[in-house]
Design a binder for this molecule. Structure first.
Ligand SMILES: Cc1cc2nc3c(=O)[nH]c(=O)nc-3n(C[C@H](O)[C@H](O)[C@H](O)COP(=O)(O)OP(=O)(O)OC[C@H]3O[C@@H](n4cnc5c(N)ncnc54)[C@H](O)[C@@H]3O)c2cc1C
Length: 449
């Protein structure tokens, strides 16, 4: 049994990039994953330009592109009668995105394998088909893991093991900012789609949500997501596309490849991110509704920040604990606004008339459209785009256009304002306050500083 500086549980978007970055800084790193690679994981896979920039810095972007990743050149977002279009090759849009350029669409079976290979090439001890079953302790401090192939000792255990994180459960990480019922995310792949344009489409029509993009392997990803209920029958799935004719047209004559995939529970949460000898990253520590396609680039961004924190904490346990608590505060701040925007974007039910008007206003305003792309790319906080002034203007416009709906629109505006106030209050309470408010005291084992 080797003593490592860091053992990372989970080798996909959060784990392998972190391993590469730490190994490059001469740390002894072991990555464990119960999966074998290449293998798929239940997730769609649109990567924001900021995530593509991390792939570039990791030195794997060329390999990912050579494996067939599709570079997105156009974006459409439809919300009832609001339609936002962007040409991602346009000079103004590219300038807003910086050097990162376009986002990517590449299946996880392709991407994750390349990330794991990059970890191996960086000198990381990569052990796949190895499940973590327990944590090792020295007093209260975590000092390694128990696995299906024996113990592994390390100064720090990183849980990069996804939504059902074993490390989070064993460490007793408390949840906060949890969200309510979500849509059962439902999608499939098709071949023979005639349209070769690399356009990402996101849609909300009636109570259905949609997502589509070409992807690697010559395939086309298409999701049609109901508000509730898991129904993977071919006829139910395909019938949903009729609600968005431009998507139905593209799928006409195409052949479905593989099963209809469903993730029934996409409820969001934050988890306390660190304690003595352990830290969580990626979905293990925070998960948000997948509608705005954030999780992969978030995992990449967190890998970079966490690598810096771990290296800065090399001076000893106290210094490391301090650095990791600082990292926790950064993560919460970084994810807070997008967590709620994602929740709103993916919410089951009919689209809100007020938000539809806001999106119509954005559609008619090129700088606002670019700002929306920057929000999705995490260059701009959602609160900088969705300002109270923009909401009030949209409310006034919607009321002017539909005087009979004034009471309903006024009610909606008031409830949105109330929701924003509650969220701002939760944020002010801070992590410690949220955990104390949301879980029984006996379950609180780790608290933010
Ligand atoms: C339906 C759906 C659609 C999504 N669509 C998008 C999208 O379009 N764009 C986007 O950016 N994000 C999307 N996301 C989010 C994205 O999938 C995640 O944010 C991302 O996978 C996080 O990566 P991760 O490495 O933290 O976790 P994961 O990818 O879940 O990897 C965790 C790894 O840990 C391993 N593991 C777990 N437990 C153990 C154990 N006990 N021992 C050893 N290994 C273990 C697993 O085998 C797995 O390989 C979507 C998510 C869902 C659910």
């Amino acid at each position: 049994m080797e003593p490592f500086d860091v053992v990372i549980v989970g080798a996909r978007c959060a784990g392998s990039p972190l391993a590469v970055l730490l190994a490059r800084r001469s740390l002894r790193v072991c990555v464990l994953d119960k999966a074998r690679f290449p293998s798929d994981t239940p997730s769609t896979h649109v990567i924001q330009p900021s995530g593509v920039a991390v792939l570039d810095r990791l030195g794997v972007l060329d390999t990912v592109l050579a494996a067939g990743a599709v570079q997105l050149t156009a974006f459409t977002m439809v919300n009832e009668h609001a339609r936002i279009e962007a040409d991602l090759t346009d000079a103004a849009v590219r300038a807003a995105y910086g050097a990162a350029g376009a986002g990517l669409c590449v299946r996880r079976v392709t991407l994750d394998h390349l990330l794991v290979a990059a970890a191996g090439e960086a000198g990381v001890d990569v052990r796949t088909r190895t499940g973590v079953t327990g944590l090792r302790h020295d007093g209260t401090r975590v000092t390694g893991v128990e696995t299906t192939h024996g113990p592994v000792r390390a100064s720090l255990v990183v849980g990069a093991d996804g939504r059902h994180s074993t490390v989070a459960r064993l460490a007793g990480a408390a949840e906060y900012h949890t969200t309510g019922p979500c849509r059962p995310f439902t999608w499939a792949y098709f071949d023979g789609v005639a349209d070769t344009e690399a356009r990402l489409r996101l849609g909300r029509l009636g109570d259905l949500a949609f997502l589509s993009s070409p992807t690697d392997g010559g395939l086309y990803l298409a999701g049609a997501i109901p508000s509730s209920g898991v129904d993977t029958r071919e006829e139910s799935f395909m019938a949903r596309f009729a609600a968005w004719p431009e998507l139905a047209e593209r799928l006409d004559g195409a052949r479905r490849v593989g099963p209809i995939r469903v993730v029934p529970d996409c409820r969001g949460y934050f988890r306390s991110a660190t304690g003595p000898g352990w830290v969580l990253t990626g979905d293990a520590g925070q998960f948000k509704d997948p509608t705005p396609a954030q999780g992969i680039s978030d995992a990449f961004r967190q890998a970079e920040r966490l690598a810096d924190a771990i290296v800065a904490g090399l001076g000893g346990s106290a210094v490391l604990d301090d650095e990791l608590r600082r990292w926790w505060r950064w993560r919460d701040d970084d994810c807070y606004e997008m967590h709620w925007l994602a929740t709103d974007m993916g919410a089951p039910g009919l689209p809100s008339p007020l938000i539809t008007q806001v999106l119509r206003d954005i559609a008619g305003d090129v700088p606002a459209t670019v700002a929306l792309l920057r929000v999705l790319n995490r260059d701009l906080r959602p609160s900088r785009l969705f300002t109270p002034r923009r909401l009030l203007t949209a409310a006034a416009r919607a009321m002017g256009a539909q005087p009979t709906r004034i009471p309903a629109l006024a009610h909606e505006a008031a409830s949105l304002a109330g929701q924003e106030l509650r969220r701002a209050r939760q944020r002010r309470l801070g992590t410690r306050g949220r955990i104390l408010a949301s879980v029984p005291r006996t379950r609180v084992r780790t608290l933010a500083p």
